[in-house]
Ligand binder design. Structure first.
Ligand code: SAM
Length: 244
């Protein structure tokens, strides 16, 4: 039906119900990469919720290496949204339309990420989909999962738009103390925290406005508070402190 013939009562209102919740190495927003696929060692899982926690609903998914996730930017809702935004791709200075951006602050707070599919797992009576290379906060509600199908989803001649990214990565060093803490953490948990910290910091998580300042930062990966110093030669990871 042409748009001008639609009446307001034709507009469908629908409430979405999360089908799962994200368990993520990213325990807070600061440090999360700006898109999936950028931090290869990032790990997480989707805990499936009833009625979507039945194995039969995922039969065949094991044949796909990547999956699309539709999710709610639940930690952006309180701040609302604006019609224009300043994307980090433009150095945080210029404004573009909200719908020309991937901003988490949008009318329906819906996000879309393609992540690596690492398989299904049952644990403690719950069903999980293990994932990698994600850009999602711990606790993110998932509203849909679909296989990524390269033959139709990959667009060979797609234009990059105004997105400018640098292949140049920030140099990351570790203090002897931080290095030893990473080794201890890996012995106990099996998690390669050093690689994760390295890959996250290489992406430069600082807001564009702070890129010229020398100062200390902290971020929470899993339950570890990571402190690092930004100076003129790059980043130095100073210490790691495990939270209860
Ligand atoms: N790939 C998705 C997309 O394009 O819809 C997300 C892109 S968005 C620019 C990525 C940022 O969203 C991350 O850097 C993180 O700070 C933020 N984020 C991730 N999960 C979130 C959540 N549940 N609520 C609010 N912000 C979130």
């Amino acid at each position: 039906m042409p748009l001008e013939h639609q009446r307001s009562e034709d507009v469908v209102e629908y409430t979405v119900q999360p089908i799962g919740l994200i368990h993520s190495c990213y325990s807070e927003k600061f440090g999360i990469p700006r898109q999936p696929g950028l931090v290869k060692s990032a790990r997480g899982a989707i805990e499936l919720l009833p009625p979507c926690n039945r194995e039969e609903m995922f039969k065949g998914l094991e044949t796909f290496s990547h999956i699309w996730l539709q999710f709610l930017f639940h930690e952006s809702m309180a701040d609302g949204w604006r019609p224009t935004v300043r994307p980090p791709w433009l150095g945080g200075q210029e404004r573009v339309g909200l719908f020309a951006s991937r901003s988490p602050h949008r009318p329906n707070f819906l996000g879309l990420s393609v992540v690596r599919h690492l398989g299904m797992r049952k644990e403690g009576g719950k069903l999980f989909v293990d994932i990698g290379e994600l850009d999602l906060l711990h606790g993110t509600p998932i509203v849909d999962i679909k296989p990524y199908v390269p033959y139709s989803d990959r667009v060979e001649d797609a234009a990059q738009g105004f997105v400018r990214f640098s292949e140049k990565k920030i140099s990351v060093r570790f203090s002897a103390e931080a290095d030893a803490s990473c080794r201890r953490y890996q012995e106990v948990t099996g998690r390669d925290l050093k690689t994760l910290i390295h890959e996250v910091l290489e992406q430069d998580p600082r807001p564009a406005s702070q890129r010229k300042q020398e100062r200390e930062y902290g971020m929470l990966l899993w339950k570890v508070n990571v402190r690092w110093l930004a100076d003129e030669s790059g980043f130095k990871v100073l210490s790691l402190e495990e939270k209860e």
